[in-house]
Design a protein around this ligand. Structure first.
Ligand SMILES: [Zn+2]
Length: 278
């Protein structure tokens, strides 16, 4: 079982599974509340299902116990730069070997979970199959994982898509995540500060080096909005951090435009094997 500072229901486990897993916990309002007639009617017409496997559950927008158990949430201790999990707590901020060997351009990265199992399925459905019912839950995951970064952030920016890709996909999943977490945390969001000025090949299947070259020079800070960047603490939101090449490319142009701090916040992260402590 994971240990996080917030409740299972807040993390997305449907209350029935959470209650059976932790019977001793008092769930107050959630278990005792009387749902309105309209709510009951809506549930009758559109019964709540797990956002991953579509099994019937007790509440909308959550996960069944089996799918929840297959999410590998990233919990402390973490590398303070890359946000990758570390094997032990040392009572002081730690850096992973990867962060020491190749310090990132961005200041800190955090992700809610590893990019595997349920999390990979959820993100792929969100991106490619228009399944957006998980968005409120994703925003809570981002808020939780990015608490440190968001606490004093001035502005949230999504990783932009190239216009033609945006046209095909019809929405930018990173922008949806950025707006949702910004609303939840009360941090302003600007989806037009970062621009993708070069169409890049899909990063899927590329090596780390190929990814780096693929996104080099792909981003630009919008000239008219550069004032929103200079001297500011920024959080760039993306769906997945894989090698970090996109995050690096975004951070580079934002720092060149005078950003005081650039942090990266994602739903999931592919965890590098070289995450051991030095
Ligand atoms: Zn499920």
């Amino acid at each position: 079982m994971i240990s996080m500072p917030i409740g299972d229901a807040e993390l997305g486990l449907e209350p029935q599974s959470a209650a059976s897993a932790t019977q001793a916990r008092v769930r107050g309002a959630a278990s005792g509340s009387v749902r309105s007639m309209l709510g009951r009617l809506a549930d009758f017409l559109l019964p709540p299902v797990c956002i991953s496997c579509r099994t019937r559950i007790g509440s909308h927008g959550l996960l069944c116990g089996a799918c929840f158990a297959r999410i590998d949430f990233i919990a402390p201790p973490l590398c303070i730069r890359l946000g990758v999990p570390l094997p032990f707590e040392a009572g002081e901020p730690l850096l992973s070997a990867a962060a020491i060997a190749l310090p990132p351009v961005y200041d800190r990265a955090r992700a809610a979970a590893r990019y595997s199992d349920t999390m990979r399925e959820l993100i792929q459905s969100f991106k490619y199959r228009d399944r957006h019912e998980g968005l409120p839950l994703f925003a809570r995951w981002l808020k939780n994982a990015g608490a440190e970064l968001l606490a004093d952030a001035d502005l949230i920016l999504p990783v932009p898509l190239y216009p033609s890709r945006l046209w095909w996909r019809r929405f930018n999943q990173s922008a949806m995540l950025a707006v949702a977490v910004g609303r939840l945390c009360g941090v302003p969001v600007d989806c037009f500060v970062l621009k993708r000025v070069r169409r890049t090949a899909s990063q899927v299947g590329l090596t780390a080096d190929q990814r780096r070259r693929n996104v080099a020079g792909a981003f630009k800070v919008d000239h008219a909005r550069a004032v929103r960047v200079k001297g500011k603490k920024l959080v760039v939101v993306d769906d997945v951090i894989t090698t970090g090449a996109t995050a690096e490319a975004c951070a580079r142009v934002l720092k060149r435009s005078g950003a005081a701090r650039v942090d990266i916040l994602a739903l999931a992260r592919a965890v590098e094997p070289a995450a051991f402590v030095l």
